[in-house]
Design a protein around this ligand. Sequence first.
Ligand code: SF4
Ligand code: SF4
Length: 355
Amino acid sequence: MRMGGVLDINYRVFWPCEFFSQIPLTILLSTAAIARTLLSPDLPKKHVTNGNLMRKIAFGYSTRCNIRCSHCVAAGETPLAQKMELARARDIIREMAVAEVKGISFTAGEPFISFEDLLELIDLCSEKKIYTRVVTNSSWAKTPEQAREKMHLLKQSGLCQLRLSYSRWHQQHVPKQQVLYATEACQEAGVDSFISFVTDFSELDEPFEQYLRDNNVKFFPEPVIYAGRAENFIQQPLFTDYQDNCCQMNPYLAPDLTMYACCDAGSHFSSTNFFRLGSLNDWSVDQLLTRSENNILYNCIRTMGITPIASYVGMKSRDIVTYRKCSLCKKLFNDPETLSILQKAAAGNLLQWHR
Ligand code: SF4
Ligand code: SF4
């Protein structure tokens, strides 16, 4: 991995996914990143070491997609599919490099639709020593040869990792085998890859999981997020065992240059816009990321978790355990009244609500 650093500290961090899983990365941690976190005036000591010291961004270059999955969380964010100007995207990546962003995940719609642009942006990231990931639906890997050709070009640009989305919804549009072609092409090109198996954990998904096991590929199950097109899916009853539900919250940059503090369901909190950090038309990358890093409630989500926050505002434990993480988050932070209580608490005794 091409990462610059000053302190020479080998530090294990996790790259939590946009719409996704956690992949360990070994990075060299810079002094500035440490200083930014340790010197944050809003954070008491207990909440300083939140493990989110490396700046990473889910980069939504375009929300255009060539298929239409019925569970798509990206759907409904904007009325129409949008795309950034290539020159603006290049400027933003240069600005991100200066702001010490160390990882960019190209996501949102299907990044391969703008393949030439994608190569150019990855090339620029490589030049700036920014780790790159592309999230894709594998629709371009129609044959092993086509898959190889694309991966060869991506490797030349310096791509670090490919994340292949896979689910019973994706595979209504893309034959399962193409995900294997893409995986094999990654192996041949020497590009790290893994399959993100989006699932609602129902029996319907068992043959899809078995297919991955039969083909001996690396995959990670990811719970479907009930937002976007999946908002009205019937949800099976759930009883968790009272997990903290901490969330690292990588920021997401949308094609209209709005940045959100959360790269998953957070851009759908339309009643409060709780996760909206602002627009790059008005603020710099560094200002918006600093806003995310210094927000006390965000840091409570990162460090104490959503479950203790729900308990703090008075939710019964037996109700809390029936919520999925993002649904509980939405219940707390997309309700203006509850949010107002929490914002006052953040300036008061919320931070004392720990064991
Ligand atoms: S491939 Fe991804 S972006 Fe495209 S419709 Fe499916 S979930 Fe949405
Ligand atoms: S729990 Fe909240 S912060 Fe975490 S991914 Fe879900 S919506 Fe985003």
